[in-house]
Design a protein around this ligand. Structure first.
Ligand code: PLP
Length: 378
């Protein structure tokens, strides 16, 4: 059986159009964009075009876009910038379900720099409470960091409402939009965010390229010093990857929001078939307000790691939704925050993309049903 890739929240296949757009910059057009002669200057022009595509996708100004190595760098830059520019304010509000790049920065600031970190709780569906957010704000709050969509359960968070609250209180607001970009329309002006991050490899561009949107006139201290990116991110530009990211954004602008309807149709079909064919399951997250490609599902009496490995044996790739980067898999902190019964209903995350087909979904359900049946028999 051909492989079926259902782990697109982890990373996505590079689109052929993206790859084709990149190739000349890996081969013939290798000039340094900082060079004054035309061999470099032409490349610079293409970077500007890529930046314009990113800006259009976010409804941002071109000068508000900074290219980085990925969303982890963008998140770190935004957080460190907010704290360095407000040294007297020592309180940050975030959530219990952010990506590790935010969580680890918070842990560092809390433990090593005496910041007070408020982690907003989530309910069983993974939703935050805006009242709790409002109550948490103090005179000392320098930053609110809330993700736009969650990587494990797919929840979409109320960024516009949070933007309004932050604006009213004059607090910087950062959002990690990695899992939302291309799946929901984003207008940074409407959302009133001060900074936003996303990553190329979740939208069919390669790994190692990302974006930091930083609102005009926001005081800025770079994480990496140098003259590139208008002194906001040093280092010779990663030209081919920037071109690839620009192309990926152009494809989203062209027609890929439409592709989400098909992805959602496949996701809903998959979810319904799981419900109809397999007993004793639970769907995690906010099923009313999710990105269109994600399902987090727990199966009673089936160990998630084993399940993932058995599916891998059939060339099907899903994620466990656990932080299984160590020998001992820890339960997912996102699902733990949701108070989910992960011990009895072991979770897997299934995340689709534009390449998945109805046939793949049908094959997957067939295999899944048998694998779960065999696991439960033991
Ligand atoms: N934020 C979220 C929500 C993510 O899902 C990821 C990647 O998994 C990141 C940030 C980090 O992105 P990158 O791999 O580009 O550093």
């Amino acid at each position: 059986m051909d492989s079926i890739y259902l782990d697109n929240n982890a990373t996505t296949r590079t689109d052929d159009e993206v790859l084709n757009a990149m190739m000349p910059y890996l081969k013939e057009q290798y000039g340094n964009p900082s060079s004054i002669y035309s061999f470099g200057a032409n490349v610079k022009e293409e970077i500007t075009n890529a930046r314009k595509n990113v800006a259009r996708l976010l409804n941002a100004d071109v000068d508000e876009i900074v290219f980085t190595s990925g969303a982890s760098e963008s998140n770190t830059t935004a957080i460190m910038n907010a704290v360095r520019n407000n040294p007297k304010k020592k309180h940050i509000i975030t959530t219990k379900v952010e990506h590790a790049s935010i969580m680890e920065a918070m842990k560092y600031l809390g433990q090593k720099e005496n910041y007070k970190i408020t982690y907003l709780s989530v309910d069983k569906q993974g939703r935050i409470d805006l009242e709790e957010l409002k109550q948490s704000i103090t005179k000392d709050t320098c930053l609110i960091a809330v993700m736009m969509a969650n990587n494990e359960i797919g929840n979409i968070y109320p960024i516009k409402e949070i933007g309004e609250i932050a604006k009213e209180k004059n607090i910087l607001f950062h959002t990690d939009a990695v899992q939302a970009i291309g799946k929901v329309k984003i207008d940074v002006k409407d959302l009133q965010v001060d900074s936003l991050s996303f990553s190329g490899h979740k939208i069919h561009a390669p790994k190692g390229i990302g974006v930091l949107y930083i609102k005009k006139d926001t005081p800025f201290i770079p994480l990496i010093f140098g003259h590139q990116e208008k002194n906001r991110r040093g280092g010779t530009e990663n030209v081919p990857y920037i071109i690839g990211l620009g192309k990926a954004c152009e494809l989203i602008l062209k027609d890929e929001y439409k592709k989400n309807e098909r992805i959602q149709f496949l996701r809903d079909k998959l979810e319904n078939e799981i419900k109809q064919n397999i007993e004793d399951i639970v769907i995690y997250g906010d099923t009313e307000n999710r990105v269109p490609n994600t399902i987090s599902v727990g199966f009673k009496g089936a160990d998630a790691i084993q399940l993932m490995l058995m599916l891998e044996g059939q060339n099907i790739y899903v994620s466990t939704g656990s932080a299984c980067n160590s020998e001992i898999a820890e339960p997912s902190y996102v699902l733990t925050a949701c108070n989910a019964d992960v011990n009895n209903y072991s979770p897997i995350r299934i995340s689709l993309n534009k390449y998945n087909t109805e046939k793949e979904i049908e094959s997957f359900v067939r295999v899944l049903k048998n694998v779960i049946k065999n696991m439960r028999r033991k």
